[in-house]
Write a new protein. Structure first.
Ligand SMILES: CC(C)(COP(=O)(O)OP(=O)(O)OC[C@H]1O[C@@H](n2cnc3c(N)ncnc32)[C@H](O)[C@@H]1O)[C@@H](O)C(=O)NCCC(=O)NCCS
Ligand SMILES: Nc1ncnc2c1ncn2[C@@H]1O[C@H](COP(=O)(O)OP(=O)(O)OP(=O)(O)O)[C@@H](O)[C@H]1O
Length: 235
């Protein structure tokens, strides 16, 4: 099995690239969706966050007011660390669970879209790592436009993450999304060629078929061993 890591910075274009993967029938695990699920009312993640941040972050219906929590954590590094610490195990498990379900369905290539792939040290589980890079001015403008936020708020969110230039040094493949959507689609085509290369032996070994073949060879080996010992004892 090949787990392709898709990462980038806030508003660098990960969802846009993830939609291109989906359009080519790749299964995509979205860490933001996993995080939203973990924060749903009544879930353990929700309970931990409420006890760490208090009832003030809740809406009248008891769900977490995500924009409000966002305002707190993006303007306060200590609070951000606290939220990350509280939620990390649940997000990690949620992603693992989604990957496992897709593995059981027999998918050989799975894309995981994790904005904080390097920050959360999940990069060691994915290969190759595709980074959606964008220059800082374009990132700021796109973030302000998409979320209708002020420059200060947008910059705080960008500063809350590892810089895209540093991420670039750690990634295997880089998509420069500073240009048009047409440029992006062209680069995506080259990425697709690399991502869909035949599986290596190790990747095959971790695929559902590889594991089935391994188990089958153990069963056959054990049967042959018993057959042989029965034969020799009957002589
Ligand atoms: C802070 C929250 C409540 C804001 O929710 P909201 O719906 O407004 O934003 P959304 O979840 O769509 O996130 C938007 C983007 O913000 C960035 N981001 C989110 N959390 C963090 C964080 N802790 N540190 C840095 N950047 C973050 C990511 O680039 C993400 O793609 C939410 O993002 C959250 O629960 N974050 C903590 C969980 C987490 O680490 N998520 C990232 C998955 S790896
Ligand atoms: N090449 C492009 N040209 C113009 N606009 C773009 C381009 N790529 C993405 N956008 C726009 O930029 C914004 C951010 O893109 P997108 O939502 O894909 O980023 P993201 O990395 O998934 O963000 P987040 O981290 O918040 O989830 C969106 O409004 C999207 O439509």
């Amino acid at each position: 099995m090949r787990i392709v890591g898709l990462t980038g910075g806030i508003a660098s274009g990960k969802s846009t690239v993830s939609n291109l993967f989906k359009a080519h029938d790749f299964p995509v695990v979205d860490a933001d969706l996993v995080a939203h699920d973990v924060l749903k009312k009544g879930k353990t993640g929700w309970k931990k966050v409420v006890s760490a941040f208090g009832d003030d972050i809740l809406q009248p219906d008891g769900e977490v007011d995500r924009p409000k929590l966002g305002q707190i954590i993006f303007s306060n590094p200590e609070k951000r660390k606290l939220l990350n610490r509280v939620l990390a195990p649940y997000i990690w498990f949620g992603i693992f669970w989604e990957v496992l379900k897709l593995w059981m369905e027999g998918f050989k290539i799975i894309v995981v879209d994790v904005p904080l792939l390097f920050e959360a040290k999940m990069d060691k589980w994915t290969k190759p790592i595709v980074l959606v890079w964008v220059d800082s001015e374009t990132q700021l403008q796109r973030l302000m436009l998409r979320d209708s936020t002020s420059e200060d708020d947008a910059q705080n969110k960008i500063n809350a993450q590892m810089s895209l230039d540093l991420k670039k040094t750690k990634a295997d493949l880089v998509i420069d999304n500073t240009g048009s959507l047409k440029d992006l689609r062209e680069q995506f085509r080259s990425i697709l060629v690399i991502v869909t290369k035949p599986l290596t032996w190790t990747e095959f070994g971790f695929s559902r078929r590889g594991v089935a073949l391994f188990l089958l060879s153990i069963v056959v080996g054990v049967l042959m061993y018993f057959q042989r010992s029965l034969y020799t004892s009957s002589l």
